[in-house]
Design a protein around this ligand. Structure first.
Ligand code: GDP
Length: 477
């Protein structure tokens, strides 16, 4: 029982390249005309709300799409990640919003941290991811879990734009997630919100008051000032985004975190993306299958069901899935087990094989195959001056066929965050000028197959990238 990728794509009403990309993500290198087996097709289809029926007579694989337009899409709450420089008040903002919107005394005032929480504002619900910062955000993206709808960028008014503020902007922009700016610590005498606005305008985030389209909200997380306005701004942005989901289908979502709880066994927090999750549902989470024994919300209340954008804890897992893993309810327990064992097999396959990422050496091949028209580059250097110089020289290399796009450039060692950003894009390379990767970043780069190039002469770097773009770089260099 096999089906070609192009045929499967046609039946699913998708581009073949989309499926090829997905298969690559599962560690399988295939071309359009290559065939895949029914099990792989089942997994692939399940990623797109489709069901595969294997008709034995002619071994034909038939796809039935559930998302054929007949279902009604309903509004869903936005999912928000808070980013910003260290000590600018991300955690304080998350805590302040949460405590202000949970009725005092409710459940003895016990707030549980399950990785995400939802607040009810009277005008609508908003879900916040509880792990602030762009590391978690990028880690999730690298695993294909793009669950954030809106980024709230916290900038301390007494400190202004700092390196991690810029990193956060780049990460959000790269993910094409809209940014709302929360100018925090306005209670401080030395606060200078205007300076923050000017600095961010230079980075393309222009306040509405100045004719731009970025919402700026002055807040004090400490004194709980401006938080309602911030929530209003988030809901307004959500309205613009027209966030909707199918509430009828079998539930799908992403794992936010998982842990072992004494007495309850393995507990995972998931955010439902579509459908309604119910107690008793069979599912696969990452490579594990299971049956939902119980559902709890972020306040520890037991629920019978969970709907889109809701973060919930589920019990009844057979193993610990990773953050970012997909979660899917299946028709039967048997299907869940099948998919799970297939995924475990694919995972072994993936681990035993190099996942192909863009490196300078294979760049030209990839361009030839028409898979990439853009080379994304991250530049790290010892001083800001050399970073800027290198950035300008490299950007000039863009040709009609290949565009060179510097997605992030800053001074400092190559860190985890840089590698995760490169991995999230799967086709970004990192250039270090007079800097090295931290040991952890080096490990991560090996794991994620991210190409890191080190130089200490600018023209050498430019020359090598240019040659790679022209396809002249010998594979053995
Ligand atoms: P994070 O590293 O971005 O998560 O920052 P935190 O939330 O941990 O805050 C860092 C420090 O700034 C803490 O000492 C907070 O109490 C303080 N802080 C946060 N928000 C405010 C604020 O609105 N006003 C003042 N004065 N201090 C704040």
């Amino acid at each position: 029982e096999t089906i070609s990728v192009s045929e499967l794509a046609r039946k699913m009403n998708l581009k073949a390249s989309e499926l090829i990309g997905k298969l690559m993500g599962m560690g399988m290198m295939v071309t359009m005309n290559q065939s895949i087996d029914a099990d792989t097709a089942t997994i692939l289809a399940s990623e797109y709300d489709c069901t595969v029926h294997i008709v034995s007579l002619y071994d034909e694989t038939v796809i039935e799409s559930e998302s054929d337009g007949s279902v009604e899409l309903l509004h869903r709450p936005p999912v928000v990640t808070i980013m910003g420089h260290v000590d600018h008040g991300k955690t304080k903002t998350l805590d302040a919003i949460r405590s202000a919107n949970v009725a005092a005394g409710e459940f003895g005032g016990i707030t549980q941290h399950i990785g995400a929480y939802t607040v009810e504002t009277g005008k609508g619900k908003v879900t916040f991811l509880d792990t602030p910062g762009h590391e978690a955000f990028t880690m999730m993206r690298a695993r294909g879990a793009e669950i954030t709808d809106i980024v709230v960028l916290v900038v301390a008014a007494d400190d202004g734009v700092m390196p991690q503020t810029i990193e956060a902007i780049n990460h959000a922009k790269d993910a094409k997630v809209p940014i709302i700016v929360a100018v925090n610590k306005i209670d401080k005498p030395e606060a200078n919100p205007d300076k923050v606005m000017t600095q961010l305008s230079e980075r393309g985030l222009i306040p509405e008051a100045w004719g731009g389209d970025t919402i700026f909200v002055p807040i004090s997380a400490l004194q709980k000032v401006g938080l309602d306005t911030l929530l209003d701004a988030i809901l307004l942005q959500a309205e613009v985004l027209e966030l909707t989901a199918n509430y009828e289908c079998r539930a799908e979502g992403k794992v936010i975190e998982s842990r072992i709880d004494h007495g309850r066994g393995i507990v995972a927090t998931i955010i439902v993306e579509r459908g309604t999750l119910r107690t008793g549902d069979s599912y696969v989470a990452g490579v594990f299958s299971g049956r939902v024994r119980a559902i709890f919300n972020d306040r520890g209340e037991k629920l019978e069901e969970a709907t889109p954008s809701m973060p919930v804890e589920i019990l009844g897992l057979e193993g610990m899935p990773n953050a970012g893993d997909p979660f899917q309810v299946t028709e039967t327990e048997r299907i869940a087990r099948q998919i799970s064992s297939k995924r475990q097999e694919l995972k072994r396959f993936e681990n035993s094989r190099n996942i192909k990422k863009v490196t300078l050496d294979n760049l030209y091949d990839t361009i030839n195959q028409g898979e990439i028209l853009e080379l994304k580059v991250i530049i790290k250097g010892d001083v800001q001056g050399s970073v800027e110089a290198l950035k300008q020289s490299l950007e000039k290399l863009s040709t009609r066929d290949v565009r060179l796009n510097v997605i992030h450039a800053s001074a400092g060692a190559i860190n985890d965050s840089d590698v995760m950003l490169a991995a999230a894009d799967s086709n970004a390379i990192i250039i270090g000028f007079n800097v090295r990767p931290t040991p952890q970043a080096k490990l991560l780069a090996e794991q994620e197959k991210v190409d890191i190039r080190k130089y200490n002469i600018i023209y050498k770097a430019v020359e090598e990238i240019e040659q790679a773009m022209e396809g002249m770089l010998k594979p053995d260099i």
